[in-house]
Design a protein around this ligand. Sequence first.
Ligand code: AMP
Length: 288
Amino acid sequence: MKIVETIAEVRAQVKQWRQEGLTVGFVPTMGYLHEGHLSLIERARRENDRVAVSIFVNPTQFGPNEDLASYPRDLEHDAALCEGVGTDLIFHPEPAEMYPEGFCSYVDMDVLTQELCGLSRPVHFRGVCTVVSKLFHIVQPDRAYFGEKDAQQLAVIKRMVQDLNMDLEVIGCPIVREEDGLAKSSRNTYLSPEERRAALVLSRSIAEGRKLAESGETDAEKLVQAMRAVIAEEPLARIDYVKVVDLLTMQQISRLDRPFLAAMAVYIGKTRLIDNFMMETGGAGTCC
Ligand code: AMP
């Protein structure tokens, strides 16, 4: 496994693979890797001849009062985990490599970014779309792997690839959870033991919502109310949003009559956590 810091080195490696006729799978991450990330890399490993992983805490996707400076980092540990699941190349650039002086081009998106996390994190998706499209241009993968944990990000990237005619396949992978249900996240390390226990309201609320939808509930507001009620029982939890949106457009819907995403962002103390479930076929009550 190679670890490189420059765009030129990535390009040289990928060029060599291309000359050998090999396919390339790509997993973009911000590092501090856990089993959620590894599930993406393992899938990329199965479906491609070579696997590239980027580890880059992207400054442009953090708002001014967010956790850019404190975001956890541990390249040595990440590299060992990557090697363990058969990664061929880690791209770990410095911010100045990705955003040299004078940088002023961004990829922006309407509609899909105007709901859910886009509302509470106004610059977030512009930063995500910009860095991911840069990484796609640098790595030029055949397939790129993203987690359903960040369901809106997955929808946004799929739309961007379609709208801007990028020549690759975007593949979504299921949420990996701790044994007690908490969705794995690099940000879980911020939680005190008491907050870690309180954070279970997210997955409990998701399970409640899923149960209702599977039992035939078609009213999105009822789903949201039931999910909010679970979170309201936890004094350490403060809801940013709980919403049900169309899976493709990310716009709020009132009836569960199409593929949908039920998503939430909840503060546990100062830590903002997200979770969701999606139903590709719409609710059980779908008809006609
Ligand atoms: P991050 O390092 O948080 O930017 O995440 C990098 C990629 O890993 C994104 O596509 C995430 O959606 C994915 N990911 C993070 N946590 C999980 C998880 N618990 N299960 C599945 N994928 C995840």
